[in-house]
Design a protein. Structure first.
Length: 94
């Protein structure tokens, strides 16, 4: 499957929406979409400040599928994510 520029832009846009739209149901849907995109294009994951901020949104999510999507991303890319173990532990306590 080819990875086009529009796919890359979609991943970047989803990360920005998640960063800006705390607790909004649309942001939760973006988390699910981001997990699907990263599942199809696993080599396109980039750990940056947007991703770091994204993980701190997790406690605000009310949708279980959105929570599961972010947990999947953290687990799938744990070796590339700073403090991934701490993030998962924090989420598990909530």
């Amino acid at each position: 499957m080819a990875f086009g520029l529009s796919d890359f832009r979609c991943i970047k846009a989803s990360k920005k929406i998640l960063k800006l739209a705390r607790g909004i149901p649309f942001a939760q849907n973006c988390a699910i979409a981001l997990q699907i995109m990263l599942g199809k294009f696993p080599d396109k994951f980039e750990y940056d400040s947007e991703m770091e901020n994204l993980f701190w949104l997790l406690p605000d999510f009310t949708d279980d599928e959105a929570k599961a999507s972010l947990v999947w991303i953290i687990g799938e890319y744990a070796e590339k994510i700073e403090n991934s173990e701490e993030t998962i532990t924090t989420v598990a306590k909530k």
